[in-house]
Design a protein around this ligand. Structure first.
Ligand SMILES: Nc1ncnc2c1ncn2[C@@H]1O[C@H](COP(=O)(O)OP(=O)(O)OP(=O)(O)O)[C@@H](O)[C@H]1O
Ligand SMILES: [Mg+2]
Length: 258
């Protein structure tokens, strides 16, 4: 097994006059669960997309499982890297089963193998089998997100990139999906990079938190270590948010119980 699952070296990406990534280097070990956080527009989605080749960097290099991502054929990258989109991204005119089967079909799997894979994936993400023939419009938001995860896992990738996968869900469903996904990450031995706006989610789910600000990594470390270590006031505020919120909640609840 390669030493690193994902290796980004000095990545730069510009859109016309705007610099989205200004020299990002990041090394992620096999099996790590990384949360990528930062303000809107800081370059999180752009960074994810450089990993799976949806965005070509202007400078720098990307290595995936020890190989230069710039030279690996795109269908091989697709099999190695699952991607859950920021907007749910299911095709509305395709059933659940057809959505999940997209990558296996592209890879030319036999129909029987695809059917078996759909069946096992629905089980894996805890969706009832009878939902296989429904259209996405006949599912709840949380169920659609589970289909998104199943689809990304279809070709047995070793790496999962998830762009705010559980955004726009109620807190209970979000919590459940996050916990379920973390269990899948362990069970399948995945390497995961998950973009989230929710610091509590990042702290609870990830082994490591990477903070982007204006296209630069301004903090990188285990959840318990980031806050004290950072010189950046925005990072300290971000990292302190879950603790402050927990303290305020505890104070409020004991107040109203008294
Ligand atoms: N295709 C594009 N063309 C031009 N500018 C782009 C393009 N994609 C992204 N950008 C710009 O690059 C910057 C980073 O965008 P990106 O989508 O990576 O941010 P983000 O951190 O994912 O934000 P959000 O939290 O809102 O999803 C933004 O200023 C954005 O407007
Ligand atoms: Mg984004």
């Amino acid at each position: 097994m390669p030493q690193t699952a994902i290796e980004l070296s000095a990545i730069e990406k510009r859109y016309a006059a705007h610099t989205a990534l200004a020299g990002v280097s990041l090394s992620i070990a096999p099996g790590e669960f990384v949360a990528l956080v930062g303000p809107s527009g800081s370059g999180k989605t752009t960074l994810l997309k450089t990993i799976n080749g949806l965005v070509a960097p202007d400078a720098g290099s990307v290595r995936v499982l020890g190989e230069d991502a710039g030279v690996v054929p795109v269908h091989i990258l697709r099999r190695r890297i699952g991607y859950v989109f920021q907007e749910i991204g299911l095709f509305p005119h395709l059933t659940v089963a057809e959505n999940v089967a997209i990558t296996p079909r592209l890879l030319g799997w036999e129909p029987a193998r695809i059917a078996a894979r759909i069946d096992s994936l629905l089980g894996l993400v805890d969706l009832p089998r009878e939902m296989a023939n429904r259209l996405p419009s006949a599912l709840s938001g949380g169920q659609r997100q589970r289909v998104g995860v199943a689809r990304a896992l279809a070709a047995e990738p070793k790496i999962m990139l998830m762009d705010e996968p559980f955004g726009a869900l109620d807190p209970v469903t979000r919590d459940q999906l996050g916990t379920d996904y973390r269990a899948l990450h362990e069970q399948l031995g995945l390497t995961t990079v998950m973009v989230t706006h929710d610091m509590s989610e990042a702290v609870l789910l990830a082994d490591r938190i990477v903070v982007l600000k204006a296209g630069v990594i301004v903090a990188d470390g285990a959840p318990g270590h980031l806050s004290a270590q950072s010189l950046d006031p925005d990072v300290r505020a971000l990292m302190d948010a879950p603790r402050r919120q927990a303290e305020r909640l505890a104070a409020r609840l004991s107040e109203s119980a008294a």
